[in-house]
Design a binder for this molecule. Structure first.
Ligand code: NAD
Length: 517
């Protein structure tokens, strides 16, 4: 099999009139399809169990983007059964053939890039560029894992030391049928990456998308089907996390659980999956990618203009609803006031509004999340100094003003707990020692950043800033597949490093055969 070397998919930035026009057309086409019903898909069969989950437009929750079938436990049971059945043949496919399905899917997704982008604008409130970057990342996952999987094929993938009189070989085999449970904030990229990895190397999957983003997940499922993925290899099972998600986590025949979401749910999954239940014949493999309380440190040697720009992008891109978003800003006191002037001015200039109008910031995802963020804002008013924002904005959607608290003590709740909204807590420190100490002092360890010109400062941070993804003199969001393998330390997760070759190893086991002649 010959494939071109992997290259990241370019992100559409809508710089031309033509691209803007195409996007407006796609938005209108998507609007015309609002309110349709979407089924579960089990072993290639469309199923309508009766109940639906309405997926709403967070820019205007009166608009029902789509009504997605709500799986019951018996559907989850059937989906897992279908995945095991499909595993018997999928595991025997040539690796090249499996990879080809992913490459074909990437090709189809590229053709539907604008359409998928438009669905996300309405379903999760991403602005155009954020939504388009999400699709580009999904294409990257398909392209990258298709190639990476080729490295794990056959006995030649593992070199063993020769032993006299024996033929020894070790090779990788897939695990079996598993579950992927994904969040709403990267509804195309993370959803795709989480099933594409396991499937690429011969596993089969029941994929449960998040309740708030199941319409676009269905669109992705259709692409996989069109690419030629055999029925049952991927099963589309939208539903309520606590119902079907939990059922599958506890199920004795679930071989692996690939989870991305909150610390709360991830820790429960880790515990629940650890119990060996009647009929179970293996220990479940659990991969959990969870939250963050990510910090940017600004050193006295920093380029403050550059820093302010990166801080705004990292804190307020997609309204701060990224696991990698900057939610703490740790600043050396000498540069604090000057930096904050710049950060405040740039924050004040941000536009907030309905995502279809392509503002800097759209809404937050739903009413519950809006309530949670406003609760943290109320807390922050007691814990620090509110200098900007701090309120819900007018309009039918879940719009929250970009918010800044200064003078926040490092142990304050707004400096320790994940808020997942457009709220930045600023902590003033005396020197770089203190900055590192504060930066490392949360339960998380996902992303982090340092703005400095001083080489010693950067080298020290390289060793001592304990996060899975560390960025110098640039924004701390937007990790690129293959370029910056992604995943965190501490309670940010098991460090899966998505977008790396290692990621696929998580869904494989090594078999060793020794034959004496
Ligand atoms: P969430 O934990 O509420 O939900 C994630 C998924 O888990 C959803 O599909 C949900 O239905 C399901 N779920 C909920 N309860 C469950 C249960 N008891 N059993 C099984 N499944 C269950 O998270 P969310 O609100 O969708 O996403 C936001 C969170 O995800 C944030 O904490 C964010 O930091 C994190 N996140 C992490 C990464 C990463 O790579 N580390 C990436 C994106 C998002």
């Amino acid at each position: 099999m010959t494939v071109e070397p992997f290259r990241n998919e370019p992100i559409e930035r809508f710089g031309t009139e033509e691209s803007k026009k195409a996007m407006r057309r796609a938005l209108a086409e998507v609007r015309a399809q609002f309110g349709q019903e979407y089924p579960l898909v089990i072993a290639g069969e469309r199923v309508f169990p009766g109940a639906f989950i309405d997926s709403l437009d967070p820019s205007d929750p009166a608009r029902v983007v789509g009504r997605v079938a709500r799986a019951r436990k018996e559907d989850a049971e059937a989906a897992l059964e279908a995945a095991w059945k499909a595993f018997a043949s999928w595991k025997r496919w040539d690796q090249e053939a499996r990879s080809r399905v992913l490459l074909k899917a990437a090709h189809l997704m590229r053709q539907k890039k604008t359409e998928l982008t438009a669905w996300m604008v309405y379903e999760v409130g991403k602005n155009w560029i954020e939504a388009s970057a999400d699709v580009a990342e999904a294409i990257d996952f398909l392209e990258y894992y298709a190639r990476a999987a080729l490295r794990f094929k056959g006995p030649e993938a593992i070199e063993v030391v020769p032993f006299p009189g024996e033929d020894n070989e070790s090779f990788y085999i897939p695990l079996g049928a598993g579950v992927s449970i994904s969040p709403w904030n990267f509804p195309v990229a993370i959803y795709t990456g989480m099933f594409a990895g396991p499937i690429a190397v011969g596993n089969t999957v029941v994929a449960k998308p998040a309740e708030d983003s199941s319409v676009v997940a269905y669109k992705v499922f259709e692409i996989m089907e069109e690419a030629g993925l055999p029925p049952g290899v991927l099963n589309f099972l939208p539903g309520i996390g606590e119902e079907v998600g939990a059922y599958l986590v506890e199920h004795p025949r679930t071989r692996f659980i690939n989870f991305t979401g909150s610390l709360e749910v991830g820790s429960w999954i880790n515990k629940a999956a650890g119990e060996v239940r009647p009929g179970q014949r293996f220990l479940k493999r659990v991969i959990t990618e969870m939250g963050g309380k990510d910090a940017i440190i600004v050193d006295r040697s920093a380029d403050l203009e550059l820093a302010a720009q990166g801080i705004i992008q990292s804190a307020y891109g997609f309204s701060g609803q990224k696991c990698s978003a900057a939610s703490r800003l740790i600043v050396l006191e000498e540069v604090h006031d000057l930096l904050m002037e710049k950060v405040e001015a740039k924050t004040r200039a941000l536009s907030v509004g309905p995502a279809e109008e392509n503002p800097d910031m759209g809404p937050v995802i739903n009413a519950a999340q809006e309530k949670k963020i406003l609760h943290y804002i109320a807390l922050g008013k007691n814990e620090g100094q509110l200098v900007l924002g701090g309120e819900k904005l007018e309009g039918p959607g879940f719009f929250i003003a970009p918010t800044i608290f200064t003078e926040v003590p490092p142990k304050a709740r707004v400096a320790q707990e994940e808020i997942f909204g457009p709220v930045l807590s600023v902590i003033k420190v005396k020197n770089f020692d203190e900055a590192l100490e504060v930066a490392n002092d949360t339960v998380y360890g996902l992303t982090g950043g340092v703005y400095a010109r001083d080489r010693e400062v950067l080298e020290r941070a390289r060793r001592e800033f304990h996060v899975g993804n560390l960025y110098f003199n640039r924004k701390i969001t937007g990790a690129l597949v293959g370029v910056q393998p992604f995943g965190g330390f501490n309670l940010s997760g098991t460090g899966a490093k998505t977008g790396s070759h290692d990621y696929l190893r998580l869904f494989l086991q090594m078999k060793t055969v020794a034959e004496r002649f």
